[in-house]
Design a protein around this ligand. Structure first.
Ligand code: ZN
Length: 292
């Protein structure tokens, strides 16, 4: 669990300090204001913020409700579909639907309106938004190779969504930016503010058309790997295919010179540690594997 105490002090410097009477009076008012803000923030963090991941039991911060997350996801996906060309490759589209629906059937996401779209893009990438909106970029298909390889990617991306990793990152960003941002970013009756939408898209979707994205933490990546392996096993794909996919991806990564500009490569580090972790998690995942 993340420690917020130093951050609260950094955000509310009025909590500490000294000065003459006038400035002390001003300080008292500021301190009171800051204290109430700090108390509200602390309440938000402790009462509604700390959530346990459904698959791994890990505690993490979530300040957005799942309903808010879902509505942001649905809205965002509409925007992405307007901005990004959709693939007309019938066979590739059929594969994305076939694999996607099987993973969706074993993933638990409240209020999901599953949709799988294959976008035409050279980027080797994929994402899943809250609400079950999944985008696959055609550039990843030569690396996934077959249904099981694609299942490894979709299992991983859908796991990021079902474990609310975007909510966690957005909540952390809100908390680090202080209560002002928290209030400013809240949802209104008419929907998300442009600022909320921009932050959401930066944190959830590939940066190709939107801008720079904050990388997933190593913890979130490991969790998505672990949960994704279970999903693909439960959906009837051999989880060993995940290992093969990440090895192919590592090879692609090294051939691309470390992937300096590619989003998926920046945010999905492929290293010996990841592959070793997947190897260690394979026996448990294989225990859930039922070939179809
Ligand atoms: Zn990831």
């Amino acid at each position: 669990m993340y420690s917020f105490a130093p951050r609260v002090k950094a955000i509310f410097p009025g909590l500490i300090g000294s000065g003459d009477y006038a400035s002390m009076r001003r300080m008292r008012i500021e301190r009171c204001d800051s204290l109430s803000k700090a108390l509200v923030l602390a309440a938000a963090l402790t009462l509604s913020g700390c959530v346990t991941s459904s698959e791994t039991g890990r505690s993490h911060l979530e300040l957005m409700s799942h309903g808010e997350e879902t509505s942001l996801g649905l809205q965002s996906f509409q925007d992405i579909k307007k901005q990004t060309p959709i693939s007309k490759d019938a066979a590739a589209n059929a594969m994305v639907q076939r694999v996607g629906q099987r993973i969706a059937a074993v993933a638990q996401m409240d209020g999901a309106q599953w949709e799988f779209v294959l976008f035409e893009s050279k980027e080797p990438n994929a994402f899943c938004l809250p609400g079950g909106k999944v985008g696959v970029y055609s550039g990843i298909l030569p690396i996934t190779k077959d249904d099981a390889g694609l299942a490894a990617v979709l299992g991983h991306e859908i796991a990021h969504a079902t474990q609310h990793h975007g909510n966690e990152r957005m909540s952390r960003s809100m908390a680090l930016n202080g209560l002002g941002s928290l209030v400013g970013l809240s949802m209104s009756a008419s929907g998300a503010s442009p600022r909320t939408m921009a932050l959401f898209q930066n944190l959830y979707t590939p940066g190709v058309q939107i801008g720079t994205e904050l990388p997933h933490s190593r913890t979130q990546e490991s969790e998505a790997d672990l949960v994704g392996l279970r999903y693909m096993a439960r959906a009837g794909y051999n989880p060993e295919a995940s290992l093969a996919f990440w090895q192919r991806f590592a090879e692609f990564n090294s051939k691309s010179g470390g992937g300096g500009t590619l989003f998926f490569l920046r945010t999905h580090p492929t290293d010996a540690q990841r592959i070793a972790q997947i190897q260690a998690a394979l026996p448990a995942a294989k225990a859930e594997y039922r070939p179809r």
